[in-house]
Design a protein around this ligand. Sequence first.
Ligand code: DGL
Length: 269
Amino acid sequence: MTAIGVFDSGVGGLSVLHHIRQTLPNEHLIYVADSGHVPYGDKTASYIEQRSIALSNFLLSQGAEAIVIACNTATAAAAATLRRDFNCPIIGMEPAVKPAVTATKSGVIGVLATTGTLESARFAALLERYAGAVKIITQGCPGLVEQVELGELHSIRTRELVERYTAPLLERGADTLILGCTHYPFLAPLIREVVGEDIMLVDTGAAVARHLKSRLLTELPDHPTCRVETRPTELFFTSGDTTQASRIMSLLWGEDISAQPLPHAFANG
Ligand code: DGL
């Protein structure tokens, strides 16, 4: 059984963890929600880098053999540093520009993401590489991550924000919306209600899980994945309030979760 460490600024990365659990049903998963520092979207790259190093050190101390950065913002800010400093597979993620370019019929794509992701050099390089003749309109979404952190997936306030952020994209002809933050897939039912059935919603959770599996098979051949004899286990940690985290994570994971406190040295480092 391979231990896989997964982290995000908060509970959003659970949308990726769902795909990882489906793709790798027998592995030990250790998840850290950095809820004491959420949101990452408006923090500096060096702050996020520092947090990503602390969380990765914690995950390795728990026996993780591979790390998934289940956060677009942290990938943009810290993936290169983690790959340089840590000697294990580091799997990052980025907004699904490539699949969206393939999917669009109108030739206009909207990207919903954090300001940090949209302003990053990594995102600029992604557009440069894949956009081609397709028009890509970006939309930062301040406040949306916080709504998911509160478990407010259908509240009036959340709907208002979703309407405000999607309207300009639809007005300009987007037929495909990229959910470029791992918190947003939890809002997909609400976004679908707001934008209607004809708009395509794309994210990269499933692709990240497939990529993780292939990396494990090639880079950790002594730890074959998908063995049937082991019992899957999950551990959940938070740098925020454990009662609040347990409540929201249980809601989003679909099972009762008891979130453990991230040890002090890693929670504030
Ligand atoms: N879930 C994160 C992402 O994919 C970060 C959200 C935030 O903390 O701002 O970008």
